[in-house]
Design a protein around this ligand. Structure first.
Ligand SMILES: Nc1ncnc2c1ncn2[C@@H]1O[C@H](COP(=O)(O)OP(=O)(O)O)[C@@H](O)[C@H]1O
Ligand SMILES: [Mg+2]
Length: 233
């Protein structure tokens, strides 16, 4: 479903991704591990078009990105970037919820404004998704009234509300205390079992063992391990 082929990315003469080639299969949960600075976040950002790259090719379910030739993408390229961002949902370490909106409004916002889903329908779907992440009782709470684990679960529901074909998660549990980590890991495990395609960056071996089908290790911008989580860890 996602094919990365020979991708190279340089920041100020430092090669952060050095010819990365990897295929992510539909329905698979793949964890991305490795030392800090190895290029994990950069790879996720290249896959969903938040970051452009210098050489290689990325194919997301038939939408193909090549190296960026200029700072301003051409119209056709902009359309591809937009389409890719609709296909892949992103969840970050620091949740990134809208502070002035309740949990349910956070989840409904993109379907209404980006997908033009009628508000009553978007609200019903958002309620179902909040239920799925165990937060139906918190739907009217604002982010400041929620624990970190609850905010992250709202962020996961918000990503799912766009019906992404794949979910990219960048250290979704690393800002949380052990109890909240367990809550979020449980939600991710449930999603994994329902066949959501995920690429999960994490430093936590327990999370990898619990939910990943496969692990890939990136070090200094290169793939140095790819296989069963227990082997790669
Ligand atoms: N926008 C940027 N400008 C300059 N250097 C960056 C930028 N983003 C990341 N880097 C550098 O790229 C390297 C890889 O970073 P990153 O992909 O965040 O690694 P990881 O997520 O594996 O810790 C690091 O050395 C980091 O400092
Ligand atoms: Mg990172």
């Amino acid at each position: 479903m996602i094919e990365v082929d020979g991708v190279t990315k340089t920041f100020a003469a430092r090669r952060v991704l050095d010819g990365v080639s990897v295929r992510f299969e539909r329905g698979q949960v793949c964890s991305l591990v490795g030392p800090s600075g190895g290029g994990k976040s950069t790879l996720l950002r290249c896959i969903n078009g938040l970051e452009r790259f210098d050489a290689g090719r990325i194919d997301v379910g038939g939408l193909v990105l090549g190296p960026s030739r200029s700072a301003r993408p051409a119209p056709a390229e902009r359309a591809t970037l937009r389409a890719i961002r609709l296909k892949v949902g992103m969840v970050f370490q620091h949740y990134g919820l809208f502070a002035h909106m309740s949990a349910i409004d956070n989840v409904m916002e993109a379907p209404i404004h980006v997908r033009r889903v009628p508000p009553p329908e978007a609200r019903e779907r958002a309620a179902q998704l909040l239920d799925r992440v165990g937060l139906s009782h918190r739907r009217d709470a604002f982010p400041r009234e929620l624990s970190g684990g609850e905010q992250q679960r709202v962020a996961i529901a918000r990503a799912l509300a766009m019906d992404p074909e794949a979910l990219l998660l960048d250290e979704p549990t690393s800002a949380l205390d052990p109890e909240r980590k367990a809550e979020v890991t449980r939600v991710l495990g449930d999603l994994a079992r329902t066949g959501v395609t995920m690429i999960l960056v994490t430093h936590e071996a327990a999370v990898v063992r619990e939910i990943a089908d496969r692990a890939i290790c990136l070090r200094e911008g290169r793939v140095v391990g790819d296989g069963a989580p227990s082997e790669v860890l």
